[in-house]
Design a protein around this ligand. Structure first.
Ligand code: ZN
Length: 169
């Protein structure tokens, strides 16, 4: 999702409020995911399983270190167990609301109802449209360990890089 998409879909009155959230995100080298935040993501995923759960990540970035402080669930409009996407207007609204609360949009999270948090082909395609964003993928399957992985797209969509995750869980 590019900044341009966000701007064209908003009315003029919303442009000023949204301008905060469309500033380029500083490049993220490490992700800090507190146990409480990871817990709310897992809770959302369990609720939706086996449908892929998705949502937005918020927090702040300092010196390449990104702290996730809040996540907001989004409805998977594909209602699929192998892919996800969301209503763009719903996505914009959560970014506007979080921006009002002083939070920076970091990217997206979604679940895989399988045992590995590796980006699928459609994930890779979508990620290329979101340069600078962080994508958190959570593999959740009952009976298997829950696994987290994070990625970012560099250089205007030419490469996908894994981001190390630091957590207290
Ligand atoms: Zn995926």
């Amino acid at each position: 999702m590019s900044a341009g998409t966000l701007i064209t879909l908003l009315s003029n009155s919303q442009l000023v409020e949204a301008s905060v959230s469309v500033q380029p995100i500083e490049r993220i080298y490490k992700l800090i995911l507190p146990k409480s935040v990871a817990g709310s993501v897992i809770e959302h995923i369990r609720r939706e399983y086996p449908i892929e759960a998705c949502g937005a990540l918020f927090g702040y970035v300092t010196g390449g270190l990104c702290s996730i402080t809040k996540t907001v669930p989004l409805r998977n409009i594909l209602a699929s167990s192998t892919s996800f996407w969301f209503d763009v207007r719903e996505w914009m609204q959560v970014i506007i609301d979080a921006g009002k609360a002083g939070m920076e949009y970091i990217g997206l999270y979604h679940s895989h109802a399988r045992d590995e948090p590796l980006p699928s082909l459609s994930d890779r395609h979508r990620m290329m449209e979101c340069p600078g964003e962080c994508w958190l993928i959570v593999a959740y399957k009952p009976g298997y360990p829950t696994k987290f992985a994070a990625y970012r797209v560099d250089d205007y969509g030419s490469s996908i890089t894994s981001i190390p995750i630091v957590s207290d869980f």
